[in-house]
Design a protein around this ligand. Structure first.
Ligand SMILES: CC(C)(COP(=O)(O)OP(=O)(O)OC[C@H]1O[C@@H](n2cnc3c(N)ncnc32)[C@H](O)[C@@H]1OP(=O)(O)O)[C@@H](O)C(=O)NCCC(=O)NCCS
Length: 219
């Protein structure tokens, strides 16, 4: 298939389109539920996300928010979903990558790693040997998972964060930008700092809870 429909005409979607182009997709279009958006990264928005099921194209969800990404991806037949790996990513031969996942430029994924479906492995991040990354996880720009790390579904590892080898992180966690995780995180929540500790309730605002992005936002 030479045509790709990207759901979510946003900043993240624009990056996904660039990777798709480098993966030899000849025709790239966007689907977005906002009727006021007509183009993204120079590509046309041709309809709403509901049209993904019947469009004659491969499909990928280009939405940063994990909850929205999951909801939309789960509504699309798996055989329509593609997986995108930037040609300047280094991915070991035995790595398993799930449907709908995007691997961006400068990423290194080492042998034995398993990446779930609907993940974002963002620019210049690394996933070392034998890591297991769940579904709808976001490994943000410049963050690093050392060897044999486990990351639960829907968790976001913030920009520039590091997770020590063998550490295990629960599902639905937000690891703040620049944090260093040195021990297991067994319950969901927001964790910040060096070493990473649960964010005090009084301290945190609600705007970056969950996927770390306000509800209804796409990037
Ligand atoms: C952790 C995070 C989700 C908290 O967001 P928030 O709830 O809006 O937090 P606020 O900005 O209101 O900050 C609340 C307090 O936490 C501190 N804080 C926030 N993020 C922090 C971080 N990453 N590390 C250390 N302290 C942090 C703030 O300094 C503030 O402290 P104060 O009350 O003493 O002034 C957010 O700051 C973060 O790190 N997001 C990750 C963004 C990212 O990685 N994007 C990648 C895109 S590819």
């Amino acid at each position: 298939m030479n045509k790709l429909a990207i759901i979510g005409a946003s900043g993240h979607g624009k990056v996904v389109a660039d990777i798709a182009k480098k993966n030899s997709y000849r025709e790239i279009v966007f689907l977005d539920d906002d009727e006021n958006v007509h183009e993204c990264g120079g590509y046309p928005v041709i309809g709403k996300s509901i049209e993904a099921e019947r469009i004659d194209a491969d499909v990928i969800v280009g939405i940063g928010n994990a909850d929205i990404r999951k909801r939309i991806q789960e509504s699309i037949p798996v055989e329509k979903l593609t997986t995108l790996v930037h040609p300047d990513a280094v991915v070991a031969e035995d790595v398993v990558i799930g449907a709908g996942t995007v691997v961006m430029a400068g990423v290194v994924i080492n042998p034995g790693a398993k990446i779930g479906k609907g993940c974002i492995i963002n620019t210049c991040s690394s996933v070392d040997h034998d890591c297991t990354v769940g579904d709808y996880v976001h490994i943000a720009v410049g963050s690093h998972l050392c060897g044999t790390v486990i990351v639960g579904d829907g968790t976001w590892i913030g920009a520039g964060a590091t997770v020590r080898n063998n550490a295990s992180i629960s599902s639905d966690c937000m690891i703040g930008a620049g944090a260093v995780v040195i021990s297991n995180i067994e319950e969901s929540g927001i964790f910040i700092g060096v070493p990473a500790r649960r964010m005090e309730m009084g301290k945190k605002s609600t705007k970056n809870m969950g996927g770390g992005i306000p509800p209804n936002s796409k990037s």
